[in-house]
Write a protein that binds this ligand. Structure first.
Ligand SMILES: [Zn+2]
Length: 192
């Protein structure tokens, strides 16, 4: 005779509840990670470039042309570039900048004079290449350090002989140290 153990409904219920609570906990952690991660990554992702003043809240034809020129000269055609008004930039950055780099996009402020747009874009493309090379923006900060990250991006821009603005002590290629020249040259492999 086979003894059939009666179902223990209380145990089943307890197991189901435990499983349910565990699943909820995992989902909550996933939600916190998903929504919290960008905030953590946000802080170092917006290097504030020196402000270059000029009028004009709208994108001018010469700015569009200069951006296209920066793409052609550097070879960076993949990253998205968005224009924002100085007001929006001030709101987003809580400070002044000609441009900055975020995951997946570069932002250029619309009051950047035409003659500097290509240099600003190239500098930001340097950051894009740094981030690809290191794996992420925080990792790039870790690799270069905040100061060298900026100087190497600026060296990347000056390497193309664009009309560059003074930033981080680098206006022309010869302002770069041997390390910075090597690091900027290495970035050429990471433009897309
Ligand atoms: Zn920068």
């Amino acid at each position: 005779m086979v003894f059939k153990k009666p179902r223990d409904w209380a145990l089943d219920l307890a197991l189901a509840l435990t499983a349910g609570i565990a699943l909820l906990a995992v989902m909550m952690v996933a939600v916190v990670l998903a929504t919290g991660a960008p905030c953590v990554a946000d802080a170092p992702e917006r290097p504030q470039e020196p402000k270059i003043t000029a009028p004009g809240p709208k994108v001018q034809d010469c700015q569009t042309r200069e951006l296209a020129k920066a793409r052609d000269i550097t070879g960076e055609h993949e990253v998205r570039v968005d224009w924002v008004t100085p007001e929006a930039a001030n709101r987003e950055l809580q400070g002044e900048a000609a441009g900055w780099t975020e995951p997946g996009r570069v932002v250029i402020v619309t009051d950047t004079p035409c003659e500097y747009v290509a240099a600003v874009a190239a500098h930001e493309f340097g950051h894009v290449a740094q981030n690809r090379s290191a794996g992420s923006i925080p990792q790039a900060y870790w690799r270069y350090g905040a100061k060298e990250m900026e100087r190497v991006a600026q060296c990347f821009a000056t390497a193309f002989d664009l009309h560059t603005y003074e930033a981080y002590g680098v206006t022309v290629w010869t302002d770069c140290t041997g390390y910075e020249k090597a690091a900027a040259s290495e970035l050429l492999k990471w433009v897309r």
